[in-house]
Design a protein around this ligand. Structure first.
Ligand SMILES: [Zn+2]
Ligand SMILES: [Zn+2]
Length: 112
């Protein structure tokens, strides 16, 4: 992103998060851009970046954080009561049991 000095706005982000989110992304990208041109600390962890982004009211990170639901890769289901447990990471079904009834879990949906 910084190598080309291009500011990338993903259309998906616009569709999904709306105008304000895109303005935030632009502000954020401009912070990188500006500091990079001035040979200042332009990375997220740099003090210059933190200060500038605070000053202009830009978010500290490039993209809005995905919701938990979007990050779910596995859905487990209790064999006994049928309750579903969406999980980001794999669960050891031999060890983990249903939080509701203590029944065994099975993988209902794998990684999409
Ligand atoms: Zn960034
Ligand atoms: Zn259960």
């Amino acid at each position: 992103m910084l190598k080309s000095h291009h500011i990338e706005i993903n259309y998906k982000q616009f569709e999904k998060f709306g105008k304000q989110a895109v303005i935030d992304i632009i502000k954020h990208e401009l912070c990188h851009y500006h500091l990079h041109l001035e040979s200042k600390g332009y990375q997220h962890r740099d003090k210059d970046f933190k200060e500038l982004s605070k000053q202009v009211g830009a978010p500290r990170y490039c993209t809005p954080v995905q919701s938990y639901a979007e990050r779910v890769n596995y859905v487990y289901q209790c064999k006994k009561c049928g309750v579903k447990f969406p999980r980001i990471r794999k669960v050891d079904t031999r060890r983990r049991v249903c939080g509701q009834c203590g029944g065994r879990l099975k993988l209902a949906e794998g990684r999409k």
